[in-house]
Design a binder for this molecule. Structure first.
Ligand code: AMP
Ligand code: GLY
Length: 407
């Protein structure tokens, strides 16, 4: 997002909180946490910030947009109430059921005993979801009843994700192809973005535990104009209308995590943001000035904007630390960042600047994403994999099968 905003002729300076070694190259990093709303508001005033943009879900769910609106700083993102579409899976499911938005059949529970009793009567596979925010770790697709009960106990009894596990959603397991759909909306006009596919499992062939996302590509190889139209008309537009009716008008970017079933697309979840790593492969395809889009969303005149996308394909592969998504070491030097072809993009996630000149160190589980565009998916994919092996840090791991299309 910072990289894209920096391309706008309307942007003079960008400040990022807290930022990383990548944002430091094109913006000013601020040593402020993303949920420290009071400090963010203070610095935004001091720096006379003319447009605030919120990336992650936690500050949105905490009400940063409402706070900034209260002090008249233009801000792109959803209000606390509107963010419930992501921050409460129980709310999102009720919304979809009430307004006929296609999704998996489900039941919500607020006591462990009732949820347990219900699970014991189901036939696996079955999906157990914690209600609240759990950094992508609040969903278990269980192949057996004991596994489902285990997940339930983790969420509701041991409270591994705190208050996020006060309620759970237990739902039917859907099968099909997964796709992430996005739309800009000012609560009235809905403009779809290009869609993307995300790879959540740690290992090739979708093996191993779920992660925050190990790679992504856009557009999905199976998308057709008909599918895109169905997603817009049966999911994105009805969701935005439903939020308006529920007096939680949704402004920002709406993310629908979808399963494309034989019965058509169904919603697995909604998020109130661009998606990570999907943003790394969708925003490079955006031709329109992102600042114009953000301002139109804020001012409610999105209908005036013509959002244009490149016809290219874009592929991004995440390099992760050894041990991720479990525990991992940080502070390891990264080499080879300067040895890449000129048209390769490297978006940093868990990195920081080291003490030696030009040194970049690992600082997280997902360290960086290597991205390339091409006229075809194959071309983009080849560019990424021809370059990624130049980048090295101890124990680094990445999937070799991102955007590999089989059958
Ligand atoms: P979510 O955070 O809700 O997107 O769930 C994380 C992952 O769990 C999704 O990307 C899917 O792969 C899987 N998942 C979630 N809900 C279902 C479902 N009802 N049926 C099958 N897989 C699901
Ligand atoms: N890529 C999944 C997410 O951003 O939630």
């Amino acid at each position: 997002m910072v990289w894209k905003l920096a391309q706008s002729p309307k942007v003079k300076e960008i400040y990022v909180a807290p930022g990383n070694a990548g944002t430091a190259q094109i913006a000013h990093n601020l040593n402020i946490g993303s949920t420290d709303i009071a400090s963010l508001a203070k610095i935004a005033r001091e720096k006379r910030i003319e447009l605030a943009v919120i990336g992650p879900e936690a500050p949105l769910a905490d009400g940063i947009v409402d706070y900034f609106q209260g002090i008249d700083i233009p801000i792109f993102g959803s209000t606390k109430k509107a963010t419930e579409i992501e921050s409460s899976k129980v709310f999102a499911k009720e919304l979809m059921q009430k307004y006929g938005i296609p999704c998996a059949q489900s039941t919500s529970f607020s006591t462990y005993a009732e949820a347990k009793e219900y699970i014991q009567r189901q036939t696996p596979p079955i999906v157990v979801k914690a209600d609240g925010l759990a950094a992508g770790k609040g969903v278990t697709v269980a192949d057996s009843i004991p596994q489902a009960l285990d997940a339930l106990a983790t969420f509701m009894e041991s409270r591994a994700f705190g208050a996020a596990g006060e309620k759970v959603v237990i739902e039917q397991c859907l099968s099909g192809k997964e796709m992430s759909a996005f739309a800009f909306t000012d609560a009235t006009t809905v403009i779809p973005m290009v869609a993307a596919c995300d790879y959540k499992r740690i290992y090739d062939g979708d093996q191993g535990p779920n992660t925050g996302g190990m790679g992504s590509y856009s557009p999905p190889h199976f998308i057709t104009p008909t599918l895109a139209k169905t997603v817009k008309e049966s999911i994105m537009e009805p969701a935005v209308k439903a939020m308006e009716k529920e007096k939680k008008p949704y402004k920002g970017v709406l993310y629908g995590g979808l399963m494309i079933t034989t019965d058509g697309p169904k919603v697995l979840e909604f998020n109130a943001r661009f998606g990570d790593p999907e943003a790394q492969v969708t925003l490079p395809l955006l031709k329109t000035d992102l600042v114009d889009i953000f301002l139109a969303v804020i001012n409610g005149n999105l209908y005036q904007i013509d959002v244009e996308w490149s016809e290219d394909a874009c592929v991004g592969v995440v390099m992760a630390s050894a041990g991720y998504p479990g525990s991992y070491q940080t502070g390891l030097p990264i080499s080879g960042l300067d040895n890449l072809d000129g048209d390769i993009l490297v978006f940093h996630a868990g990195t920081k600047i080291g003490s030696e000149p030009g040194q970049v160190l690992t600082n997280g589980g997902r360290v960086l994403t290597v991205v390339a565009s091409g006229r075809t998916l194959t071309e983009a994919r080849e560019k990424v994999y021809n370059n990624i092996s130049q980048i090295r840090f101890e124990g680094c791991h990445y999937r070799k099968d991102i955007a590999e299309i089989k059958g």
